[in-house]
Design a protein around this ligand. Structure first.
Ligand code: B3K
Ligand code: ZN
Length: 845
């Protein structure tokens, strides 16, 4: 397969002015008639080159005349010599088969409805077109079908029996095209924008899901208000539609005026959804809505610039969620995610810059690095330039580039202009892969305290030597009595090694370093458990307060794993103080109670030069859970009773309480024979507590009966059933995981073609660290078998799940060779997709 390089970017030979599409829908023979007005690009003249894949071409005309053309599996070309000299109209008719499209890219069918997914390069499976984001056109779409709801982008123009026409006045790249046709029900509302324009809002769902739309609708309206108030961005069409689709490769898609969502990311009700789902729905609705400005009105010149829209939009949705809920809690959750997914990626064979320099299949680069590290870069930029300059830079960006397809350089130029700063070194964050290691030493003399930082970024594939990055390091200083003697101050580190001195101090302070996780680095700091416990008790920065608890937990677990030590008493006491401190937010207490994941511990051991043993990690973590349960035995039952949040409301308060309550319950279940959890399972009126109590039971080796009654209650609800599958795999004991997965794949409700269900089982297997890495290699083989089968149906989801193997070089020789064998077996599959081939090849390194 061909590798595409950023350095080879060239403007297209032709621009698009207007596009008229007529769809005559039929499951296996949909006709797509296109009329495209092309304008030659005077700056780069050449042949007319259109993308097209899996299309049956029925007719082609240019300015009404037939013309010579060449067609391959991927392109249609008309030689420049055969084209009219100026602008011309291209007309073609193609036939496609949505029903047999199991890749879920292009136009496909899901539970009887038609829907599309075009980003990144799916439009070429719908018709011949210059399918690249820098080519933007004004689309008019006619949909013909007997289905009652017919939707496309923009505003509705006209409709009649069996047809509807839509016109999108905003020019856009083809990846934002969308079409939906189905027997759907609208949950309707409206929104008045800041300039007084009335917008019609709809969430379209299948019959039976109408009662799961209210929360998503409220989140949409809150997002629209927030973008007006915080960024001054107003919505720009008469209508905004969201459609829920059951079969979807990712979370959701920001198509102009017609967002399409994985039903798991928009539907929510207290009975069927957990607090985590509510929070995710709120965040994703906001994310897709925010793309209307960061992504749609201003888009990417090419796919290497993906982080331009994704990093910024993730940053925006994170700020929104923080405003809606709690910034400290949200920040801790973000960092947990970042470390679990992005640091993991950055540490292995798939490490790549936030703006990659090459790709084979762009769908493989919708990664934690592009999204989450991309968002961290925006956060650092804001910290470095300050709030005022940040918003001024954004305003300039919106103003200057509205309606254009641009680059990271264009984005940064706005901030260079408003601040007068040289952002050349900062720009390295986009080009240099790998997580910087930051270490610090402390010295006190006279009245001065000095912090000396050293940074180093390890090599990553294709980048052996790294340069120092610009690091905003937020620090505070705390006196022995717990008072803060230096409030949060941002140090700007630009060198490999750099010192910062604070004078006028009466006594040696305790430093709180990297507050709010001000830069995406791995900080090493040699401090003893007493200092950590002091900061856990006294740090005014909630992130670092939590971080100290986490480091204590990690040290305790590492000592248990490597030296067979008993859990440190200091740690148990410090944790108990947090657990029982009513002045702290329950959500924060729950997060502090959470233990580092097995995967995190494996990486930590590997970084320290040891070979992680998954079974030993599992056992130590289980032993610590039991030790915590016994150490807290006198307070757990009372806490469990007190934390009843009352009537279910999916807000920060209620979910925080329930989150702590479920953490308490999972420990309590280890010492009360499951009594409390069984009681709650019987009485729960919401999914958070019903699933939480079931998980607590399963985590204590119980819950067989509850699992069966859960099935009997919910077998008809596909999203709840995803949880039923997932929970069993997630809590399976290491030596049973493969067998449980094998059994579940034989279940009548298992369906590999549905990405949610496939991920519920195989994503959970990959996340069950000790189970996946079971000594006999059964987990590896099972996943490889499933991926080999899925690849012919759905390359995108297959390639995504290959990341389960990305950490293979951490482990012992036996495991490495078993994994290598499985990767080679996948690679040997005839006709393996480009997506999976690229992923497996990169993982093998
Ligand atoms: N932009 C889409 C992701 C498309 C993924 C293509 N494989 C969703 C989002 O980030 O909002
Ligand atoms: Zn996005």
């Amino acid at each position: 397969p061909q590798t595409i390089y950023l350095k080879d970017y060239a403007a297209p030979h032709h621009w698009v002015d207007t596009v008229h599409l007529t769809f005559t829908l039929a499951p296996q023979a949909t006709r797509v008639l296109s009329r495209i007005a092309f304008v030659p690009n005077a700056e780069n003249p050449g042949d007319l080159v259109l993308n097209g894949e899996q299309l049956t071409l029925l007719s082609l005309r240019i300015d009404g005349e037939s013309v010579e053309y060449a067609v391959t599996d991927t392109h249609l070309t008309v030689a420049q010599a055969d084209l009219p000299s100026g602008a011309f109209t291209f007309e073609a008719e193609v036939e496609i088969s949505p029903q047999t499209n199991t890749a879920l890219e292009g136009l496909y069918m899901s539970s009887g409805m038609y829907c599309t997914q075009c980003e990144a390069e799916g439009f070429r499976k719908i018709t011949y077109y210059p399918d690249r984001p820098d080519v933007m056109g004004v689309f008019t779409v006619r949909v013909e079908s007997e289905l009652p709801v017919l939707l496309s982008n923009g505003n509705p123009v006209a409709s009649g029996k069996g047809w509807a026409e839509w016109h999108d006045p905003w020019k856009k790249p083809a990846y934002l095209f969308a079409l939906v046709a189905g027997d759907l029900i609208a949950h309707n509302d409206s929104f008045t924008t800041m300039s007084g324009k009335e917008v019609d809002l709809n969430i379209y769902v299948r019959k039976g899901d109408e009662d799961k739309c209210a929360f998503g609708m409220a989140a949409l309206k809150a997002s629209m208000t927030w973008d007006e108030e915080v960024y001054g961005r107003e919505y720009d069409l008469d209508i905004f539609n969201i459609v829920a689709v059951d079969d979807f490769n990712m979370g959701a898609m920001e198509n102009k005026g017609l967002n399409i969502f994985n039903s798991s990311c928009v539907l929510a009700s207290p009975e069927t959804s957990t607090d985590a789902t509510f929070e995710r729905v709120e965040g994703i609705i906001a994310h897709e809505y925010f793309h209307n400005w960061t992504g749609n009105r201003i888009t990417c010149r090419d796919w290497f610039q993906l982080c331009l829209k994704e990093g910024l939009t993730v940053y925006r949705d994170q700020m929104f969620s923080g405003d809606m809920r709690s910034h400290p809690v949200k920040r801790i959750e973000e960092v947990l995610q970042l470390r679990a997914r992005q640091f993991r990626e950055d540490n292995g064979p798939l490490a790549h810059p936030v703006r990659p320099e090459s790709f084979v299949e762009i769908n493989n680069f919708y990664t934690a690095t592009v999204y989450e590290k991309g968002a961290e870069i925006i956060g650092m930029l804001r910290r470095l330039v300050g709030d005022e300059a940040y918003y001024a830079g954004c305003a300039l960006y919106f103003d200057r580039f509205d309606g254009q397809a641009v680059t990271i350089e264009d984005w940064l130029a706005c901030f260079a202009q408003v601040t007068g700063r040289d952002l050349a070194q900062f720009q390295q964050w986009y080009s240099q892969a790998g997580t910087p290691r930051l270490s610090v030493t402390e010295a006190f003399s006279g009245d001065s305290f000095t912090l000396t930082f050293t940074q180093e970024t390890p090599p990553t594939p294709g980048q052996a030597v790294k340069k120092p990055q610009v690091l905003p390091i937020a620090v505070g200083l705390i006196a022995a009595d717990g008072t803060e003697v230096l409030p949060t101050t941002v140090l700007e580190m630009t060198q490999a090694s750099q010192s910062f001195t604070f004078s006028g101090l009466a006594a040696r302070p305790t430093a709180s370093i990297l507050r709010d996780f001000s830069a995406p680095v791995i900080l090493t700091r040699d401090i003893d458990a007493t200092t950590r416990a002091f900061l856990l008790a006294h740090d005014t920065d909630p992130f670092n307060k939590w971080e100290m608890g986490r480091m204590l937990a990690k040290d305790t677990l590492i000592a248990m794993i490597t030296r067979n030590e008993a859990p440190a008493g200091d740690y148990l006491d410090a944790l108990k103080a947090v657990l029982t401190d009513d002045s702290l937010d329950p959500a924060f207490r729950a997060l502090t109670l959470g233990l580092p994941s097995q995967d995190d511990l494996a990486q930590t051991l590997f970084d320290a030069g040891q070979t992680p043993d998954p079974m030993a990690i599992y056992e130590a973590r289980e032993a610590l859970r039991h030790a915590l349960a016994h150490h807290f035995a006198d307070v757990l039952p009372d806490l469990f009773a007190q934390l009843d949040a009352g009537t279910f409301k999916p807000d920060a308060d209620g979910s925080g309480k329930r989150s702590l309550r479920m953490s308490v319950l999972s420990l309590l279940s280890l010492i009360d024979a499951g009594k409390a959890a069984q009681g709650l399972f019987e009485s729960a009126d919401n999914m958070t507590e019903q699933a939480g109590s079931l998980l607590a039971l399963l985590g204590a080796g119980k819950g067989e009966e509850e699992l069966a009654s859960f099935y009997a209650q919910w077998f008809h609800d596909r999203l709840v059933m995803d949880k039923w599958f997932m929970m069993q795999v997630a809590t399976a004991a290491p030596l049973e995981a493969a067998q449980i997965v094998a059994k579940l794949t034989q279940h009548a409700d298992f369906n590999a073609k549905n990405p949610n269900r496939f991920r519920a089982v195989f994503g959970a297997l990959a996340a069950n660290h000790a189970g996946f890495h079971a000594p006999d290699g059964g987990g590896y083989k099972l996943l490889a078998d499933a991926l080999i089968d899925l690849d012919s149906l759905n390359p995108q989801t297959t390639a995504r799940l290959c990341t389960a193997f990305e950490t293979w070089r951490r482990y012992d020789g036996d495991r490495q060779s078993m994994i290598r064998d499985q990767l080679m077996r996948i690679l040997a599959k005839p006709d393996l997709s480009r997506d999976t081939t690229e992923m497996v090849t990169r993982i093998l390194g």
